[in-house]
Ligand binder design. Structure first.
Ligand SMILES: Nc1ncnc2c1ncn2[C@@H]1O[C@H](COP(=O)(O)OP(=O)(O)OP(=O)(O)O)[C@@H](O)[C@H]1O
Length: 231
């Protein structure tokens, strides 16, 4: 594998269900993702976007084919490797999943749980830095209920970025946002790619953010049907 690729998917197949209910959802997917790039996965509902994302993000076991993530093969990977790799990944979901009773600072800090630092001072410092990075330096002590939709999603981005991930996996991160807030969130991820080499893979139905993508991969019925690089 070239060092330029954070992710290398080859011959990926995936099934759900057992016995007669067993159904193939992913068919022979090949995908190499360049380090520092912003790749968007598109396609109709049920086309397999989330399945591919969760397989690449060590959130599901690889059944058939190969996924090399940051140089490590996920097929047959044990818990120890999965856990070590997850420390190098950040996740952002459509529903920001913030804890309503925790402040923005405490929510951002939650992103360090997988690192088991056990050092509240260092964790708080990192959370302050991550929130400043997403432009929420003046909202650290706010509860989610007092933040706008865009601000909440930016806290979720800070939580994903706090551990300095090599790869960010985002599943419809702009779905609940207006155009400007959505563009801001994606522009932030793109900037991180340029400045820190962070790779982003994002599932979206949101045509409004496509202008920021380095690459648009479209899935249909579990297969890649187009792969374009807008200029
Ligand atoms: N846990 C599951 N059990 C059974 N089938 C599943 C499961 N998860 C996904 N599927 C099926 O796999 C296929 C791909 O689903 P997936 O969620 O990856 O699609 P998607 O493109 O992300 O859709 P959406 O845009 O609606 O989120 C669909 O046919 C879906 O019904």
């Amino acid at each position: 594998m070239s060092d330029d690729h954070s992710i290398n998917v080859h011959g990926l197949n995936h099934w759900f269900g057992t016995g007669e209910a067993r159904k193939q959802a992913i068919f022979d997917v090949d995908l190499k993702v360049v380090r520092g790039s912003l790749t968007v996965l598109m396609g109709p509902s049920g086309s397999g976007k989330t399945t591919v994302l969760t397989l690449m993000g060590c959130l599901r076991d690889v059944q058939e084919g190969s996924i090399t993530l940051l140089g490590h093969e996920l097929m047959g990977a044990g818990n120890a490797l999965n856990e070590a790799l997850r420390c190098r990944l950040g996740f952002i979901f459509q529903a920001h999943n913030l804890h309503g009773s925790l402040t923005a600072l405490q929510n951002a800090q939650m992103g360090l749980q997988v690192h088991h630092l056990n050092n509240p001072k260092v964790e708080q410092q990192a959370a302050r830095h991550a929130l400043s990075l997403v432009g929420l330096g003046d909202r650290m002590d706010y509860l989610p209920g007092n933040l706008s939709g865009g601000q909440k999603q930016r806290v979720a981005v800070a939580r994903a970025l706090i551990g300095n991930p090599d790869i960010v996996f985002a599943d419809e991160p702009t779905a609940a946002l207006d155009k400007e807030s959505g563009l801001n969130v994606v522009a932030m991820l793109k900037r991180l790619g340029e400045q820190r080499g962070t790779t982003t893979v994002m599932v979206t139905h949101d045509n409004r953010i496509l202008e920021l993508a380095d690459r648009i991969v479209t899935l249909e019925d579990g297969r890649i049907v187009s792969d374009t690089r807008p200029v």
